[in-house]
Design a protein around this ligand. Structure first.
Ligand SMILES: [Zn+2]
Length: 283
């Protein structure tokens, strides 16, 4: 009984405090001449933006979505020097690639993020679907416990991983996402057919990228790998995940922080993207 009385009193006290607080807020609002609700206004930016970048020459050209990996409260991997995060390098490279592609004028470009914000994988993929994008390119920097591991690699969408490391990597990337296809058996068959063609087009894009990179910057052994990445599948367009190098390796980190080295990477990516768009427009 004593407990009940106490909690009733506590409740009554809380109600009184709340009434007093709202009266105070109403007074403040009245004094400041505000007519709207006297509450804090928190500006929430849209999760991803659909802005399209392109030169006048590129009007009507295919749209390539560039996805700077990580962002906001998700820093990604940490550089071995300790003073740079993957999310910063992915954004820098994404902006450089965008600017290159816009200058070259053969495609239009959209970015899943152009600032330091957190996006879910679904929000990233949804940009490509909304814009009916011709391609989705996700940019990342690798990291490994072995500090000697270095070089770039590219992953394309597959239902079977090329190796255990790729499977593990995709599972880590996909954490927290739902991977079931919606709808019944017919829809499952249709989406399976669409998925086969998406996987084969993604593999073509990845091999073009490897070809353009050879001799320009270091690649991992077997640089083209396959895995079931949620973000690539949900983009519903040819999609690859490019790992520009290892920020857990001291030499690679220096290179990835170097604008000249990144410009070589961006050029190879731009040429592969343009070659892929050109090849598919001939079919
Ligand atoms: Zn990453």
């Amino acid at each position: 009984m004593a407990t009940a009385t106490t909690s009733r009193r506590t409740l009554a006290g809380a109600v009184a405090a709340a009434v007093a607080a709202s009266a105070l807020l109403a007074t403040i609002a009245a004094r400041s001449g505000a007519t709207a609700q006297p509450s804090l206004t928190v500006h929430v930016p849209p999760p991803a933006n659909d802005r399209i970048y392109g030169s006048p020459l590129a009007r009507g050209r295919p749209i390539v979505v560039i996805d700077a990996g990580h962002g906001g409260r998700d820093p990604g991997a940490k550089g071995v020097s300790g003073d740079i995060a993957e999310k910063d390098l992915t954004l820098t490279l994404a902006r450089e690639l965008r600017d290159d592609l816009v200058k070259r004028g053969r495609v239009r470009v959209a970015m899943t993020r152009d600032d330091d914000r957190y996006l879910t994988l679904e929000e990233r993929a949804a940009v490509a679907r909304r814009l009916n994008a011709a391609m989705f390119v996700s940019l990342h920097m690798d990291s490994a416990p072995n500090g000697l591991a270095r070089g770039a690699s590219v992953y394309s969408l597959s239902d079977i991983a090329s190796d255990a490391e790729a499977a593990h990597f995709a599972a880590a990337q996909n954490a927290g996402t739902v991977t079931d296809a919606p709808g019944g058996p017919v829809q499952a068959i249709l989406s399976d057919l669409a998925m086969r063609s998406q996987m084969s087009a993604s593999a073509d894009l990845a091999s073009r990228l490897v070809n353009k990179a050879v001799g320009r910057f270091e690649l991992r052994p077997q640089p083209h790998r396959f895995a079931a990445f949620h973000v690539l599948r949900r983009a519903a367009t040819p999609a690859v995940l490019f790992e520009a190098g290892y920020i857990s390796n001291a030499d690679d980190e220096v290179l990835l922080r170097d604008a000249w080295h990144r410009s070589a990477i961006a050029l190879a990516l731009a040429q592969a993207i343009e070659a892929d768009v050109a090849a598919r427009s001939r079919h």
